[in-house]
Write a protein that binds this ligand. Structure first.
Ligand SMILES: Nc1ncnc2c1ncn2[C@@H]1O[C@H](COP(=O)(O)OP(=O)(O)O)[C@@H](O)[C@H]1O
Ligand SMILES: [Mg+2]
Length: 489
């Protein structure tokens, strides 16, 4: 086995000789450098010993500490200081070079043996530990690199001057550039012009305000735009100084396109539904008129004819009484039919709405509701609706009708409050019952087509529908319209 090699660096040849003798007896291989002149450092490095015994101060003022520092910069060799000075200040300075021990001159054999053994043992352990540390550091670095490179999010780092210092592959793929085209360039160079101002980028990266996520768009090398969600985090150094930003970017270009498409098709559906409502409303109006006017007139004529017949029945006639009785019951039936026709016609589309306006129509609606359900109502109508858009008036009427139908069908209420008020620049319709209440998930359920219809009708005129409810404490349906949208222009 190769002998452990110890190098003695001393300026006093006698002391060096003494130490060498002891070490040889202990079985080490020993070489000695008697310090004089320059070039000691390179000599030591050339020797490449396993341990150095170094005089702390040489006579010609060259300090062993300085040499030790230089040596340790190049090689990991343990050093034991030999000193005649146990002064505190020198020891302190020597500490910087991480010595493995001190030996005070004159040196005893025992002390030397212990110090050498200890230093060699400690160095051996440390070397093993350092190797292990290095390996696990490399492994962990490798793990992180793989993670960062394979992640489906783009990662980009920039310094305080907004210069890109790192970009992962995903980010490079997103913007279609190569790494060398990106590193060292200002991040603003890759942002889609006009979509986000430089100041906004700065704001987005403001270290005090990085919690917020923002949407940011990039211009790819091929000119296409990429939309991303940006989540920036500031980077600080050990001293807590702000050094830059690391940002995680999620590509939402496809999602954006889908959202746009979805939005578009929703708009189309909304328009179609509006159109169908309008067609239905027109049709109802026409049928209601026709039933009311045509059927009504014909029935009235029929009634007049019956009255004529009745006045021309000859009382002397044998069965005159029977005739008169029959005519009377026919006339009653015609009256009933006229009433039914009026009812059907009003239900289809109350003429009141077109002839007298929204307020009387809602009053009629409430009376009909009370008549049919025996649920009393209270009404507050405080508004001037002379110039209201007729389509909006229809919408408000239909919403009220549907809401009252719901109270009748679902609420189990004993009272209903209807109010229509102008509050500042909004017209507010409220229908409140004291029934069993409505479940939150029922409000948004896709099967709640009645509620959805009300919401859609309101939306056409910029109205917002809200439903508040507590179990067994009733339900309040509130629709708020901005006044400027509901009056005729
Ligand atoms: N005023 C109310 N009180 C209690 N439940 C209600 C009320 N209005 C609506 N609901 C509940 O909400 C559901 C959805 O209402 P809606 O969309 O009008 O559908 P539909 O009346 O056809 O069932 C109803 O089925 C009912 O359970
Ligand atoms: Mg309903």
């Amino acid at each position: 086995m190769k002998k452990t090699k110890i190098l003695i660096v001393e300026d006093e040849a006698l002391i060096a000789k003494d130490i060498e003798k002891i070490l040889l007896i202990l079985g080490y291989s020993v070489s000695t450098i008697i310090t004089s002149g320059r070039g000691i450092t390179s000599k030591i490095i050339k020797e490449n010993p396993d341990l150095i015994l170094m005089d702390i101060i040489f006579q010609d003022k060259v300090r062993g500490i300085d040499i030790a520092r230089k040596v340790r910069k190049h090689k990991d060799i343990p050093i034991i200081y030999l000193t005649a000075h146990s002064e505190h200040s020198i020891m302190q300075k020597a500490k910087i070079t991480e010595p493995y021990g001190y030996l005070l001159k004159p040196i005893s054999e025992k002390d030397l043996e212990i110090a050498v053994e200890m230093a060699l043992f400690r160095h051996h352990i440390e070397k093993k530990y350092k190797k292990k540390m290095k390996r696990s550091l490399l492994e962990s670095e490798d793990r992180y690199r793989k993670l960062v490179e394979n992640i489906s999010e783009g990662i980009v780092m920039q310094n305080k001057r907004s210069t890109i210092t790192y970009a992962n592959q995903r980010f490079l793929d997103m913007i279609g550039y190569k790494e060398e085209e990106v590193i060292g360039k200002p991040i603003t160079k890759f942002l889609a012009g006009g979509l986000l101002k430089k100041q906004e980028v700065k704001d987005a990266y403001n270290p005090e305000d990085v919690k917020k996520l923002s949407e940011i768009s990039w211009k790819r090398k091929d000119g296409e735009h990429v939309f991303t969600i940006l989540s920036p985090k500031p980077v600080y150094n050990d001293k807590g100084q702000h050094k830059g930003t690391v940002a995680v970017l999620t590509d939402i270009t496809d999602r954006r396109a889908v959202e746009k498409e979805l939005h578009h098709s929703r708009e189309l559906l909304r328009k179609l539904s509006q159109h169908l409502q309008a067609v239905r409303e027109r049709e109802s109006k026409r049928i209601a008129r026709e039933i009311h006017d045509e059927l009504g007139q014909q029935l009235t004529a029929l009634k007049m004819d019956l009255s004529w017949i009745s006045s021309h029945v000859n009382p002397q006639e044998e069965r005159a009484d029977k005739f008169l009785q029959k005519i009377d019951s026919m006339s009653g039936l015609v009256d009933k039919t006229i009433h039914t026709v009026q009812k059907i016609s009003s239900e289809l589309r109350p003429g009141l709405l077109d002839d007298l306006g929204l307020v009387p129509a809602i009053e009629w609606l409430a009376q009909e509701f009370e008549k049919q359900t025996k649920i009393p109502y209270r009404m507050q109508l405080f508004c001037e609706l002379v110039d209201i858009d007729p389509d909006c008036s229809t919408a408000i009427f239909r919403i009220s009708q549907e809401a009252l139908t719901n109270v009748a069908r679902h609420a189990n209420a004993t009272m209903v409050n209807i109010s229509l008020k102008q509050v500042d620049s909004a017209l507010v319709l409220k229908i409140k019952d004291n029934g069993k209440g409505i479940e939150a998930d029922e409000v948004v359920a896709p099967s709640s087509l009645g509620l959805m219809g009300m919401r859609e009708r309101a939306r056409v005129f910029g109205g917002e529908l809200s439903i508040t409810s507590k179990p067994n404490k009733g339900t309040t349906l509130k629709v708020t319209f901005p006044v400027e949208r509901i009056f005729k222009q």
